[in-house]
Design a protein around this ligand. Structure first.
Ligand SMILES: Cc1ncc(C[n+]2csc(CCOP(=O)(O)OP(=O)(O)O)c2C)c(N)n1
Length: 676
């Protein structure tokens, strides 16, 4: 490197013709300056990985800064989100609209386009929200899979791009990385390339404190090609990337770097990781790098060279646009719709027809089974649906008869066997959705949302419309016992902003909730479905989707004004109806409000909520889960029947008796309140 250069000479040289090192140093300087100004942030990674990023953006990435979201671009996933300033510097220097130098000066400030960690919904050119380590690499796997699936459908003339990841030691230490790399290796996602910023340093100090994994061997064991390069030798990095692009497997490039490269005392130490360098160290670093410019100042020749890199993919984009325009009109319109994430017109009629058929021949059915029937009915109308399961295919009922699994190297199928990798599945689903062209629906048992939750949270935060089909949704699963019986999960999921939780009470509601989940474009949905059969609650056809307000009056009070309103979700709807009958026998009129989505109900306008809440003096709720959250409807003095402990292992009917989740118990409680 040019660490001996006199700043004045370096500046003059940079004006003449910037070297690759000058380009990398511009990234370093901007990261140092922005972190310094913000008085917080992570300079070490941008300084260490600047050469790797420079090679990727100037020589390899199919990228056009004028349209950083064009469909056939290479994806660059910045997994080590804490080093966000490197990404912001790249977006600024290459000329992404809106990524001004002012934005860099506002790093980490309110309403800036440069938040602490990259957020795809804030910053143009950011592919996915990262920061929780491991999420980015696992999301990228989903993107790489989506690329292959879309290419299998539309051909490589239209879909043919790579997915590159910058990952840190922390990304690779996180357990999710293992799920992700094993999944990608098995499927032979050969257009996935992970650049590992192998600096041997994390927050606590040298990695040897906590990890001695041979990462190359680990990746190789998972079916990857691996290479090792000096992460400050740009020519070597370029050669490795060229080789990676030819591999028939996903590739890991271990880039040996120095964290805080250039910082006189902090380089190579954890002190460079996550705090401003301070004036003296910063000045020393700039001197060592031969960077003689004022804070945030980039010499015109260097900016120009970066802008040229930003145009590198323009001709590829223009050529792609021509090929895209040359597609038959119908094909093009359909792909446009899918890339825009717009639900198909045909969905509404498919759901309506299915609902009519259900009402015509009512049957007691588990909602997981009802869900399968919905998928059978809508599959032709929703070609973008990619269902899958974390190795519970026979239990989750999300595989329709005609669907074919995706297999290693064969991406024509639309069913994904994710393996026993709930977290990896949820992250891959984020990638599939963010890539565009597909709607992922992944399944496991509701209790295992705990295993998937960090990626589900990213979906909620980043507005990813993933659908989680979570079966075995309560003690109603029976004999598998408390390890498998969710108790607090509905409440926990409802607590997550922008997560929609549906718990339909019969086959018709299952169809309606599926429709609402598929029509969501700005966030994820959980469908909590039963293992046990449920009696039909909806016996007459309604063209309207009654679940769309989250709750609705299913069974009005008969004869007189209701003395009680009973709110119930899922499998407890039929118990609520039975309790209503018992109360009627005792001369206490009541109404039942089915509540397939408590959170959607609470999000309704005041007047809608008031109408559905009604004015009966007693409010009660029944759900085979904890009370947490229900007080928003029934009040802290409301009557609640549900779970107060973990479940138990027994046939499910005995469990409902044992835990007092019965019509008699509910009717008794309401009657006691009424009479008392
Ligand atoms: C899931 C998760 N756990 C913890 C953190 C906090 N954290 C941020 S960076 C980091 C580790 C830093 O080490 P490394 O990944 O090697 O990055 P580098 O030091 O090279 O910047 C940690 C623990 C996080 N962002 N995500």
């Amino acid at each position: 490197m040019n660490d001996q250069l006199d700043p004045a000479r370096a500046a003059a040289a940079a004006e003449a013709a910037p070297t690759p090192s000058d380009l990398a140093n511009a990234l370093r300087a901007l990261a140092m300056d922005a972190v310094e100004k913000a008085k917080s942030g992570h300079p070490g990674l941008p300084m260490g990985a600047a050469d790797v990023a420079t090679v990727l953006f100037t020589k390899v990435l199919k990228y056009d800064a004028a349209d950083p979201a064009w469909p056939d671009r290479d994806r660059f996933v910045f997994s080590a989100g804490h080093g966000s300033m490197l990404l912001y510097a790249l977006l600024h220097l290459t000329g992404v609209e809106g990524m001004t130098i002012e934005e860099l000066k506002n790093f980490r400030q309110l309403h800036s386009k440069t938040p602490g960690h990259p957020e795809n919904f804030v910053t143009p050119g950011v592919e996915t929200t990262t920061g929780p380590l491991g999420q980015g690499i696992a999301t990228a796997v989903g993107m790489a899979l989506a690329e292959r699936m879309l290419a299998a459908e539309y051909g490589e003339e239209i879909v043919d791009h790579h997915t590159f990841v910058l990952a840190s030691d922390g990304d690779l230490m996180e357990g999710i990385s293992h799920e992700a790399i094993a999944f990608a290796g098995n499927l032979r996602l050969s257009k996935l390339v992970v650049l590992w910023d192998d600096n041997g340093i994390s927050i606590d100090g040298p990695l040897s404190l906590s990890d001695t994994t041979d990462q190359r061997k680990r990746f190789e064991a998972c079916g990857w090609t691996t290479m090792r390069v000096d992460g400050h030798d740009q020519a070597a990095i370029a050669r490795a990337l060229a080789r990676a692009r030819k591999s028939d497997r996903p590739t890991l490039i271990a880039c040996k770097t120095t964290i805080g490269f250039g910082a006189p005392t902090r380089a190579g130490t954890s002190k460079a990781h996550g705090e401003p360098l301070g004036a003296e160290e910063l000045a020393g670093a700039k001197k060592a790098l031969g960077w003689g410019h004022a804070p945030f100042e980039i010499p015109a020749s260097i900016k120009k060279a970066w802008e040229k890199a930003g145009r590198k993919g323009r001709s590829a984009r223009k050529a792609w646009e021509q090929r895209f325009q040359a597609l038959p009109a119908e094909t093009r319109a359909e792909l446009e719709r899918r890339l825009a994430g717009i639900p198909p017109q045909a969905l509404v009629e498919a759901i309506a027809a299915h609902k009519r058929a259900l009402v015509e021949s009512p049957a007691a059915v588990a909602t997981r089974k009802a869900g399968e029937a919905v998928l059978e009915a809508i599959a032709p109308a929703v070609p973008e649906l990619v269902a899958g399961s974390a190795d519970l295919t026979p239990s989750n009922n999300v595989k329709v008869k005609t669907s074919v699994p995706v297999k290693p190297g064969d991406f024509a199928g639309r069913y994904v066997h994710y393996g026993i990798r709930e977290h990896g599945m949820a992250a891959a689903m984020n990638g599939i959705a963010l890539h565009g062209g597909f709607r992922p629906a992944g399944a496991t048992f509701l209790v295992f949302t705990d295993y998937a939750r960090p990626a589900m949270r990213i979906a909620a935060l980043a507005g990813v419309p993933a659908i989680y089909v979570m079966t075995h949704d309560s003690i109603g699963l029976g004999e598998d016992g408390p390890t498998h019986q969710p108790v607090e999960h509905l409440a926990a999921l409802r607590a997550m902003p922008n997560m929609r939780v549906f718990r339909p009470g019969d086959a018709v509601e299952t169809a309606e909730c599926w429709q609402l989940a598929l029509e969501r474009t700005d966030g994820p949905s959980v469908l909590a479905l039963t293992r046990q059969n449920l009696a039909p609650a909806r016996t007459t056809h309604s063209e309207t989707n009654l679940c769309e307000t989250g709750a609705y009056e299913l069974s009005p009070a008969k004869g007189a004004a209701a003395k009680a309103t009973i709110f119930a979700s899922g499998s407890e709807v039929e118990i609520a109806l039975a309790a209503q009958a018992l109360l009627a026998e005792r001369g206490i009129p009541s109404r039942v409000v089915s509540t397939p989505s408590l959170d959607l109900f609470l999000a309704q306008p005041e007047e809608v909520r008031a109408r559905i809440l009604g004015d009966a003096p007693i409010r009660a709720a029944i759900e085979a889960g904890v009370r947490f959250g229900w007080d928003a409807v029934i009040g802290s003095d409301g009557v609640f029947v549900g779970m107060e402990s973990f479940g138990a292992s027994a046939p499910y009917k005995q469990l409902y008796e044992h835990f007092g989740i019965t019509a008699a118990a509910l009717a008794d409680k309401i009657a006691a309140r009424h009479n008392g």
